[in-house]
Design a binder for this molecule. Structure first.
Ligand code: PHE
Ligand code: FE
Length: 295
């Protein structure tokens, strides 16, 4: 049997994680997760200190958004009314469902790729339930509720992004069968997590990894070191990325329609082609490519 067609089993998931990181354990509580890794968000279990930490994270980050985050993000975030404490996912889920037909599901943390793709393909966005500790205010290894909610949820209110992410989920299930997972993961990284977008006023951020970061949101727009290169799906799928430092290259889309349109074609031949080609280092600038410079 094809390994990718077996149901996702928790032991195998934790084993692959152990190979990737020294500790090998995730900090979430997976014991109550269902087969789709969904848990109940226990609102009563959050402490006043945790809500206060959320408020501090939110305030710091909200102050950094004007002139840096794209307009759609700023508008949707304001409508979420999540500044006062860790948000109730069910409540936001209702509003989101009305807007774009997406729902939020609570998860203990990272979930297996196949499970993640299945959620997205069904218009469900998994949000981690736990919040970082105070000493992790600026940097956190695993995504927590602040990253997942603050960074990702606002753009799900945009119809094009909403459709794009569902297509990404379907594409992910396909990539698992075709051996294209690393290519597709790079696409997600350089767009949904670390993407920049043009606006009449200059470059803006739409990537959740940047939008939930206190430092990179300024760095990515104003620092001279990283490259800013026009988005090209196949180029991005060949480009390595760093997970433990600010990005060395940011890819810039014109608008969300471009992201949707350029990822819509069948990737099957691209995966085939890329198997025989070298990857590009994270800081590559290719012949004919322009560095768009700072905002
Ligand atoms: N079009 C891609 C495929 O055929 C799927 C995809 C859509 C991937 C959107 C990423 C984003 O595999
Ligand atoms: Fe993320």
């Amino acid at each position: 049997m094809d390994a990718h067609e077996t149901s996702v089993d928790q032991d195998a998931f934790f084993k692959t994680l152990a190979e990737k990181s020294d500790g090998g354990t995730l900090r979430g509580d997976y014991s109550k997760a269902d087969a789709q890794y969904v848990v109940r968000q226990d609102m009563a279990a959050y402490t006043p200190e945790q809500h206060a930490l959320w408020r501090r994270l939110y305030e710091r980050q909200a102050r950094l958004l004007p002139g840096r985050a794209c307009d759609v993000f700023i508008e949707s975030l304001a409508a979420l009314d999540a500044s006062q404490g860790i948000p109730d996912l069910d409540r936001t889920s209702e509003a989101l469902y009305k807007a774009t037909g997406w729902r939020l599901v609570a998860v203990p943390g990272l979930v297996p790729d196949e499970t993640f793709f299945e959620h997205l393909a069904s218009r469900r966005f998994p949000v981690t339930v736990w919040l970082r500790e105070p000493h992790e205010f600026d940097y956190i290894v695993e995504p927590d509720v602040f990253h997942d909610f603050f960074g990702h949820v606002p753009l799900l209110f945009n119809p094009i992004v909403a459709d794009h992410l569902q297509q990404y989920g379907l594409g992910g299930l396909k990539a698992l069968k075709l051996g294209g997972l690393s290519n597709l993961a790079r696409l997600y990284w350089y767009t949904i997590e670390f993407g920049l977008i043009q606006s009449p006023q200059g470059l803006r951020v739409y990537g959740a990894g940047i939008l939930s970061s206190g430092g990179e949101i300024e760095y990515c727009l104003t620092n001279k070191a990283p490259r800013r290169v026009g988005f090209n799906a196949e180029r991005v799928m060949r480009t390595l990325y760093k997970i433990d430092s600010y990005q060395e290259t940011y890819f810039v889309i014109r608008d969300f329609q471009q992201l949707f349109d350029e990822t819509a074609p069948d990737f099957t031949p691209i995966y085939e082609r890329l198997k025989d080609l070298d990857t590009f280092p994270a800081n590559a600038l290719l012949p004919g490519e322009a560095d768009l410079g700072i905002a």
